[in-house]
Design a protein around this ligand. Structure first.
Ligand SMILES: [Zn+2]
Length: 142
């Protein structure tokens, strides 16, 4: 075992301890000189690689905020439509059927963007209602 103080390819010097046959040590020292990085430069290179890999990815906090907003809109819109249905002059069975179909349609809208684009309860209901009626007729709810 011996201590060496080689100059790395980044031109920094650092202490290294090498073991084994002299031929192996010489090979290692030569590798340090030609392509090895000192511990500080090696660490900096890894940090830079993570930064480069994250380029173009959206910041996570922004996405979380959008999802939270969309979830709030969804709750509001469903509450609005449920209220509308409860006030309609249909039979209780029909109202139950309409609500069920409407919630099924809502389940199929899993994109946060869709809810943000359709955050107005009144226009969302107008948009989805023909579909609700169509499905209700198929199920003979009248
Ligand atoms: Zn270095």
């Amino acid at each position: 075992m011996a201590k060496y103080y080689p100059t790395f390819s980044c031109w920094h010097q650092d202490e290294v301890v090498l073991f084994g046959p002299e031929k192996e040590r010489d090979r290692k020292l030569q590798w340090f000189r030609e392509s090895g990085l000192c511990p500080q430069c090696y660490k900096a290179k890894q940090v830079a690689e993570v930064e480069r890999g994250s380029e173009g990815l959206p910041p996570l906090s922004e996405t979380d905020k959008q999802i939270q907003w969309a979830e709030k809109i969804r709750v509001d819109v469903i509450g609005y439509v449920k209220n509308k249905i409860s006030k309609a002059s249909n039979t209780e069975a029909q109202k139950e059927g309409f609500t069920k179909i409407f919630l099924e349609l809502c389940d199929s809208k899993t994109e946060a963007k869709w809810w943000i684009d359709n955050r107005d309860g009144h226009s969302t209901m107008k948009m989805l209602w023909p579909e609700v009626i169509r499905i209700a007729k198929e199920r003979q709810l009248g």
